[in-house]
Design a protein around this ligand. Structure first.
Ligand code: ATR
Length: 292
């Protein structure tokens, strides 16, 4: 029942029409019995400050932030979590006295998806494909979790080098190196955890992967793709064909939402059954959108 005690939550974006967050978050609210509703709000970039002040004035319980607001919203916050500040992007706002504190749950969402696959990041040799916004969150997370090495391979070398420099500066150790995509040929022996953070292979361009060479995939013990449309990307297919384990982007999407939910409701836990239900709901939803 929606009443005077019901708290309002939501996701802001531009556009926000395809967001899966309302489906996921309302299911969490329902299953945990919290008195809240979660909606999607289309916010123009120039109204971002108004939005934050308005949501604070109206006592919103929490907000998710999606493209293109993840960086720009930081200037309107009371506080920003250390890792989110290093990444330079927030996707979750939690109410604090006088405003909101910003967090990035994409990074811990990815961490949880990788760990659920049985991989401990600490001490891992990692390859990151891409150097955009998503790769940035992944790179900082891998460094924070104690990866032994992070080779950042990107189409444009300068972005890879710049991201590696940022990671090394913030983590205080020279763990990351920026390289071109073709440099996979020169990577020294070893078995790697690879995280695919480019947009290559995303629906409707599903026949592509950033690297096609089978020799590359033989070096990967686990291939994680942050792309979730399709559920099985070409990068994952190639990893699997070479004998590696795969993790799809849907798990990261689910866990970033669950972690956001638990930041808003520290007293509540989203159980495994709820997570499994959400996975099914999102799969169904995505299958619908992938059909021609
Ligand atoms: P996101 O926020 O989703 O990470 P982004 O910041 O635009 O999006 O980054 C997209 C990433 O995909 C970049 O690493 C980009 O490579 P460049 O930095 O060279 O642009 C990568 N990418 C996009 N299209 C690509 C393609 N056709 N081949 C290889 N890499 C590609």
């Amino acid at each position: 029942m929606i009443g005077t005690k019901t708290r309002v939550y939501g996701v802001i974006g531009h556009p926000v029409g395809h967001s899966l967050s309302p489906l996921m978050q309302n299911h969490c609210l329902e299953r945990t019995g919290a008195d809240g509703i979660y909606a999607a709000f289309e916010v123009e970039p120039e109204r971002l400050g108004d939005m934050v002040r308005g949501a604070e004035a109206m006592g919103f319980g929490g907000i998710n932030v999606t493209v293109p607001h993840k960086q720009q919203v930081i200037q309107y916050l009371k506080e920003t979590d250390r890792i989110a500040a290093a990444i330079g992007a927030v996707n979750t706002l939690v109410p604090v006295p006088g405003g909101f504190k910003g967090y990035n749950t994409d990074a811990p969402g990815l961490k949880r998806a990788i760990e659920e696959a049985g991989v401990t990041i600490s001490g891992e040799m990692c390859i990151l494909l891409g150097a955009g916004g998503a790769a940035r969150a992944a790179a900082f997370m891998l460094a924070e979790e104690g990866a032994a090495r992070i080779l950042i391979l990107n189409r444009s070398l300068e972005k890879a080098v710049s991201l590696a420099e940022d990671v090394n500066r913030v983590s205080g150790r020279s763990v990351a190196e920026g390289l071109t995509l073709e440099s996979y040929r020169e990577i020294s022996e070893g078995s790697y955890l690879a995280v695919q953070c480019t947009s290559v292979g995303m629906h409707p361009h599903t026949g592509h992967a950033p690297i096609e060479d089978e020799a590359f995939y033989r070096r990967i013990h686990t291939g994680v793709d942050i792309v979730y449309t399709p559920a099985m990307t070409r990068f994952m297919q190639l990893t699997k064909a070479a004998g590696g384990r795969t993790v799809g982007g849907l798990d990261m999407l689910i866990y970033q939402g669950v972690i956001a939910y638990e930041l808003w409701h520290p007293e509540l836990k989203v159980d495994q059954e709820t997570i499994a239900q959400i996975r099914n709901m999102l799969r169904e939803q995505l299958e619908g959108t992938e059909r021609p």
